[in-house]
Design a protein around this ligand. Structure first.
Ligand code: DGY
Length: 334
């Protein structure tokens, strides 16, 4: 604690106009290097830290939490919290903030953009045009696939999966989805059918991944899953890279076991420039930009700061990823 201000560790410096006055109340320790997580200069301040503000690719393991005896809150500027040891936070009574809702539309828009780009081969067609390979209007050139009457399979019908289904329904595909819990109302509203993962993989022309990353979903789309998929299938992943087994995806794309993939997320992230996935002409990769709109990112920062300040004031977080923490936490008055 410096000048009686609580110490917070920030792994990323938000633009001034996104911060407003919020951080003036704290002794802010900003990370000085490019490594991910609580490293370098942040480590020496851990014993004093009351708050951590981090990003989705900053690992926050139990060891870090145990080295921060005064920690009151971890605020992640993301909806996903798979980078944080949530169980350890709950055990230690530390609420974890996240940013649901505000990135639903942006991420759903990007997933649809990826799907359309891959199925209509936009990167390849654009590159060919630029390279002078557009010699005439070619009746058999750059042929893609349709959405109308095709089957779209959504894996994980949370907010984002639902928003993707809503957007795609305008293209008049058949929509099926797989979800942990029965969702009859969503099925009715989307004119969709809830099916097993196996049926979804067998039947879908487009497989869109929108599930959170957890112990159950890690490696969900593996060699066995690719064997079930159609040869004409397109895989879209705008959720988390490790839901798909990368080596199995490379094999499936190289051997044309599936037609193509559009990935906004990969495992690892960032994907090294010499990675085999970058060498494939049937794989479009964007650098985890699902939520990258001015409005969305500003909104995420605002919520992340609200979570941070609430936690520092011993108030319930507006968006808490581990609400079980309040059954055992230090918060007294709510
Ligand atoms: C999240 O917030 O988890 C998203 O992946 C950001 O784009």
């Amino acid at each position: 604690m410096k000048e009686n201000k609580p110490t917070i560790l920030m792994t990323y410096e938000l633009p001034g106009d996104w911060q407003g006055e919020t951080l003036k109340a704290y002794n802010v320790i900003l990370k000085e290097d490019q490594d991910k997580g609580i490293t370098s200069n942040l480590l020496e301040h851990l014993p004093d830290a009351a708050g951590i503000f981090c990003l989705l690719d900053d690992p926050i393991p139990a060891g870090i939490l145990h080295s921060a005896p005064n920690l009151k809150v971890v605020s992640n500027m993301a909806v996903g919290v798979d980078n944080i040891d949530l169980a350890a936070c709950t055990e230690l009574g530390i609420p974890v903030g996240h940013t649901p809702g505000v990135l639903t539309d942006g991420t759903a828009d990007l997933a649809v953009a990826l799907l359309l780009s891959v199925c209509r081969r936009l990167p390849e067609a654009s590159e060919d045009a630029r390279q002078g390979k557009w010699s005439s209007w070619n009746p058999t050139g750059w042929l893609g696939t349709d959405l109308k009457n095709a089957t779209v399979g959504i894996v994980g019908l949370g907010k984002i999966g639902y928003a993707v289904a809503q957007r795609l329904s305008g293209f008049q595909p058949r929509i099926i989805f797989n979800s942990k819990n029965p969702k009859p109302e969503a099925a009715h509203a989307l004119n969709a059918r809830q099916v097993s993962l196996e049926e979804l993989l067998r039947c879908s022309d487009y497989v869109c991944i929108h599930t959170a990353l957890n112990a159950e979903t890690q490696g969900l789309i593996d060699k066995k899953a690719f064997q079930l998929m159609k040869e004409s299938a397109i895989l879209i992943n705008a959720a988390r890279g490790p839901v798909v087994v990368t080596d199995d995806l490379v094999t499936a794309l190289e051997s044309r076991q599936i037609l193509a993939a559009g990935l906004d997320v990969t495992d690892p992230e960032p994907l090294p420039p010499d990675h085999p996935l970058f060498k494939l002409d049937n794989c479009l990769i964007t650098p985890h930009i699902g939520s990258a709109t001015h409005h969305t990112r500003r909104s995420m920062a605002k919520i992340a700061l609200q979570n941070l300040t609430a936690g520092l004031a011993d108030l319930p977080l507006p968006h808490c990823a581990n609400p079980a923490v309040y059954q055992r936490s230090r918060i007294k008055d709510f």
